[in-house]
Design a protein around this ligand. Sequence first.
Ligand code: ATP
Length: 327
Amino acid sequence: MKELSRIGVLTSGGDAPGMNACIRAAVRRALAEGLEVVGIRRGYAGMIDGDFVEMDRLSVSNILQQGGTILKSARSKAFRTKEGRERAAEHLKAHGVDALVVIGGDGTLEGATRLGEEHNIAVVGCPGTIDNDLFGTDETIGFDSALNTALESIDKIRDTADAHDRLFLIEVMGRDTGFIALSCGIGGGAELVLIPEMLTDMGAIKERILSLMSSQSRSSIVVVAEGDELGGAQKIAEALREESAFDDIDTRVTVLGHVQRGGSPTARDRVLASRLGNAAVEALLEGHSGVMVGIVNNDVKLTPIRNVWGRKKEVDYDLLQLTALLS
Ligand code: ATP
C-alpha cells in the first residue's frame, strides 16, 4: 500500500447544502492524521486548470453552517475525455496529490473512478446531491435540507390555496427521481404526488382532482417531481385546463426551482456530511480506493463506485400509497 502524504478535496456536479460540512470534516480529519490537504476549486474543471489551494484548519472555519460550497462546483465536458483526465492527473502529480476525496453525484463518482484507474490515484467518493438517488447510502448530503426548504414553501402555499379554494401544482426538484416529491408529499399533506418512477395516468388524475375539489375542502395540492414523464407542473396544468370540467377550478402552478439548493444545511445534513467526510479520509488511510462512503442503517458502509453508477436506488412505493390514503 502506498503511504499517503497529501490528499485533494473537491466538490462537483450540482451543489448541495452540507457540502461545506463534508469538506470541513475531510480536511480536519486529514490534518489530524498528519496529512496535507489541497482544495481543488471548481471540481474537475479546476483540476484540469490546476486551480488548487492549500487547506489548513482555519480555511474551513465557520463554514459548517453555510450552504453552497467554498470550493465551488462545476461541470466539465473536458474531464469526460481521456485527454482531459490526463491534464488533470498531471496537475495532481505536480502538486504531489496522492489521493482524492470527491463530493458529488453519480457523474462525479464515475469521473473519479476513471481518473483513479487510469492514473493510479486513490479516490473515495462522498454522496453529495439533493436528489438522494445514489445507491449505497440511505441518504445523500443535501437531500434533507432541500426537502425541508421545499416543505416550508408548500406549507406557505397551503395557506393561500386554502384561502382562495385553489388547486396548486407545485413542482419540486429531483431530476429523474421522486425522492424529494414523495417526502414533501407526505410531510406537506399533498392530495396527490406525481413522480417519474410511476406512470402518470392523466385520466385518473383528472377524476381524482375533480372529486377532491368538489368535496368539503375545496383546495388541493399536487406535488409534481420535475422529472415526471408528463413534463412537469406547467404541462400538467395545461392538460387540466383543456377540460371544460376544470373551467371553474382556479389552478395555479409554482415551480420551486433553485431555492431548494440553497440555504443553511439542516442538522441532519450537517451530521451526515461530517460523518461521511471523516469516513472518506479513514477509508483512504485504510488503503481503499474506488469506493463511495455511505450510511446504511446508521453504519458507515463502503460500496465500490462501479456498483453505484447506473444503479437506481428505489423510492419507497409505500409512501405513494400512504399519500393517497391520508389525503
Ligand atoms: P448531480 O447529481 O447533482 O447532477 P453529478 O455529480 O451526477 O451531480 P454530473 O454533471 O453528472 O453531476 O457530473 C459532474 C462531472 O463529473 C461532469 O461535469 C464531468 O466532468 C464528470 N463526469 C460525469 N460523468 C463522467 C464520465 N462518464 N467520465 C468522466 N467524467 C465524468
